[in-house]
Design a protein around this ligand. Structure first.
Ligand SMILES: NC(=O)c1ccc[n+]([C@@H]2O[C@H](COP(=O)([O-])OP(=O)(O)OC[C@H]3O[C@@H](n4cnc5c(N)ncnc54)[C@H](O)[C@@H]3O)[C@@H](O)[C@H]2O)c1
Ligand SMILES: CC(C)[C@H](C(=O)O)[C@@H](O)C(=O)O
Ligand SMILES: [Mg+2]
Length: 350
């Protein structure tokens, strides 16, 4: 058997991160068993514990070491004992930006047995292509006269033609490979007339390259209505970094819950490793209690396998999660994080 080896950087992170990543790795081992595909893992001690011990979030040396890997699996970053933004910006966003992960791919699928306010399983199947390296996330801003009645704070959204065009083209190429072949641009060009118009003009310019793909437009506020009342209408959504962040938590809520929402921070040009992580955060309210659903991390592992060209293995992992969702709806059992991971690994092996 020929052996394929991948170097996998593991950043378990904070809160429920280590709990869900353990199950993700368990399922990765189950999926690759006997296939000749080997993941050599390096664990990176990054997050709140490291920050408290050293004051470091992500050093240049950490970044260089991570760059030496093919892919990254991340759990969650953020902790109530660390000032808000320190780890989120200094670690998570720094990774996405430094590794040029400009496509934040966030699929939503409603599996049989999962709960949606309105739809039947099978009716919800869309993917959000969220821009990952620009918008209001770039850190272009500041505060003046802090803590005075005259305080002014700015957070300027930066949108470049290059940055918008590459993610829009990626979204159209994703749509071209899907059955419905439809892109919805979500923005707010009735108010954000500079950024919004750049996004609209870019879509108009790129669309003719994909004659089979249709497209339409929704303002973000209207998009949240459709996401709640008729999410089955969506196929591929392309949107900016902040709108995409908000819309994908809502997407998770209407398609089985945040415990099932997976994502890939993809660098399509492969100038750096891509990073796979659940959409959810470190969930301090349930951390350390084995209450977290690891399914989102397991589905992120599936996305990672697919990204590496192992579509069959990815499908096997996703099928295990779907089957587990159906079974759990029937049994009504409350299981620990590890028990869910064990059940998923057993289904993958079966
Ligand atoms: N990608 C990331 O690492 C990421 C994403 C979002 C938030 N955060 C950070 O996480 C911290 C907490 O943020 P938050 O509370 O806004 O969002 P969160 O996603 O951590 O939690 C929101 C709610 O969802 C629940 N939840 C989340 N994941 C779950 C899972 N796998 N199973 C069951 N329930 C789950 C939580 O218990 C909580 O009630 C903050 O520091 C935030 O910055 C990190
Ligand atoms: C923690 C935060 C920086 C992050 C984001 O806004 O991208 C999170 O909410 C997510 O969705 O991955
Ligand atoms: Mg988010």
């Amino acid at each position: 058997m020929t052996e394929t080896t991948y170097r996998l950087a593991v950043v378990a992170g904070d809160g429920i991160g280590p709990e869900v990543v353990a199950e993700g790795l368990k399922c990765l081992a189950a999926a690759t068993e006997g296939t000749g595909i080997v993941f050599e893992t390096t664990e990176f001690d990054l997050g709140a514990k490291r920050w408290h011990a050293t004051g470091e979030t992500l050093t240049d040396a950490d970044l260089e070491a991570i760059k030496g890997h093919d892919v990254i699996l991340l759990g969650a970053i953020g902790d109530p004992t660390v000032p808000s933004g320190v780890l989120e910006r200094g670690l998570l966003l720094k990774l996405r930006f430094a590794l040029d992960q400009y496509v934040n791919l966030r699929p939503s699928r409603l599996y049989p047995g999962e709960v949606s306010p309105l739809r039947e399983p099978g009716e919800i199947d869309f993917v959000v292509v969220r821009e990952g390296t620009e918008g209001p996330y770039v850190g272009n801003g500041g505060a003046l006269r802090v803590d005075t009645p005259h305080e002014i704070a700015t957070e300027v959204s930066v949108n470049t033609r290059h940055g918008v065009e590459r993610v829009v083209r990626y979204a159209f190429s994703v749509a071209a490979g899907r059955d419905r072949k439809h892109v919805t641009l979500v923005h707010k060009h009735n108010v954000l007339v500079h950024a919004g118009h750049l996004w609209r003009r870019t879509v108009e310019a790129v669309a003719p390259e994909f004659p089979d793909v249709t497209w339409d437009y929704l303002h973000i506020d209207a998009a949240t209505i459709v996401m709640t009342t008729d999410p089955s209408r969506f196929d591929v959504i392309v949107t900016d970094n902040l709108f995409g962040d908000i819309l994908t938590d809502q997407a998770a809520a209407v398609s089985g819950g945040i415990g099932l929402a997976a994502s890939g921070n993809v660098n399509p040009d492969k100038t750096g490793p891509s990073m796979f992580e659940p959409v959810h955060g470190s969930a301090p309210d349930i951390a350390g209690q084995q209450k977290a659903d690891p399914s989102a991390t397991v589905l992120s592992v599936a996305m990672m396998l697919d990204f590496l060209g192992h579509g069959e293995l990815a499908a096997k992992v996703e099928a295990a999660v779907a089957a587990d969702a159906a079974a759990k709806a029937e049994s009504g059992l409350v299981r620990s994080t590890a028990e869910v991971g064990d059940a998923l690994a057993a289904r993958i092996r079966a």
